[in-house]
Design a protein around this ligand. Structure first.
Ligand code: G
Ligand code: G
Ligand code: MN
Ligand code: NA
Length: 254
């Protein structure tokens, strides 16, 4: 309860901050997008990871206002980089279960796109496989509404849920994100290698883009590239970083 009050204050006092992790084309290492990841800059306790407050925010419903704030900040930042003349790139924002089910989600996203001036094709919403599988019919309906805004949709943490592949074709999505638990040991564990390869093949056969998460090593990068994985993110390329540092990466690759 103390944590909840503190988080409420943090929202009001603007103590939350959005970090950005580059998403790169594996063949060229060029930045094609960024995943927005929220952090809590606590005045005394320093930087607090979302794993330590998102679950509570989800339980209390605070996630709805936090999620809206993250979305607005992310769209604003992406738009600012475009206005500054950097090549257009996508911005990926994580959806929580509660947010995904919010009645006014679609008008809220539409309004933020209008307010920030970001063209919808540059916004990507990441929804975890487990959220989608929790209520498949409801999820399909919701995804169709979101897709009609002209935004992109990704399945996050793909492979970790009880995914029925039969449902996949019903979802109007453009990206699968291979969960980093499969990438970590992809070189040494034949099962992880088989799963990663299967997801890449599945994505390709369904005309979906695939992003591998958690790439930390050169040999993981090479493995995924060799198997036809188009995109990736991970510490090998960059950790999640503040906007001003991200901009330096954009400058460097011009
Ligand atoms: O940023 P990592 O660096 O620590 O993020 C940890 C977890 O928190 C990830 O599962 C990530 O998806 C989640 N997360 C980060 N930012 C957000 C956000 O803005 N909204 C939601 N719902 N989850 C987020
Ligand atoms: O759950 P989601 O996929 O949104 O989580 C993104 C999380 O992955 C964030 O916590 C982010 O900091 C973390 N992350 C990003 N790149 C790497 C990486 O290369 N290795 C590890 N271990 N974590 C990573
Ligand atoms: Mn994610
Ligand atoms: Na993930």
């Amino acid at each position: 309860l103390a944590l909840e009050g503190a988080l409420r204050q943090a929202v009001d006092k603007n103590h939350l901050v959005v970090y950005f992790q580059p998403q790169v084309e594996l063949a060229s290492r060029r930045i094609i997008g960024a995943e927005a990841l929220v952090r809590w800059q606590h005045p005394e306790n320093g930087m607090i990871s979302p794993v330590d407050f998102i679950p509570m925010a989800e339980e209390t419903g605070l996630i709805v206002s936090i999620g809206e704030w993250v979305l607005r900040q992310s769209c604003l930042q992406a738009r600012q980089w475009q206005v500054a003349g950097y090549p257009p790139m996508r911005i990926s924002v994580n959806m929580s279960a509660r947010q995904f089910r919010q009645k006014d989600l679609v008008p809220m996203v539409r309004r933020i796109l209008q307010e920030t001036g970001l063209s919808p094709e540059y916004l990507d919403l990441e929804i975890t496989e487990s959220i989608l599988m929790n209520d498949v019919d409801g999820a399909v309906e919701r995804l169709v509404e979101l897709h009609s805004l002209g935004i992109q949709l990704s399945i996050d943490d793909f492979g970790t849920g009880y995914s029925s592949l039969a449902y996949l074709k019903k979802f109007p999505i453009q990206y699968l994100k291979i969960d980093r638990s499969f990438v970590r040991d992809v070189i040494i564990d034949p099962n992880d290698a088989a799963i990663a390869t299967a997801v890449i093949d599945l994505a390709r056969n369904m005309n979906l883009n695939v992003i591998a998460e958690g790439i930390e090593q050169q040999d993981q990068h090479q493995f995924l590239l060799d198997r036809g994985c188009g995109y990736g993110q991970g510490y090998l390329f960059s950790r999640p970083i503040p906007a001003h540092e991200f901009e330096q990466l954009l400058v460097r690759q011009q």
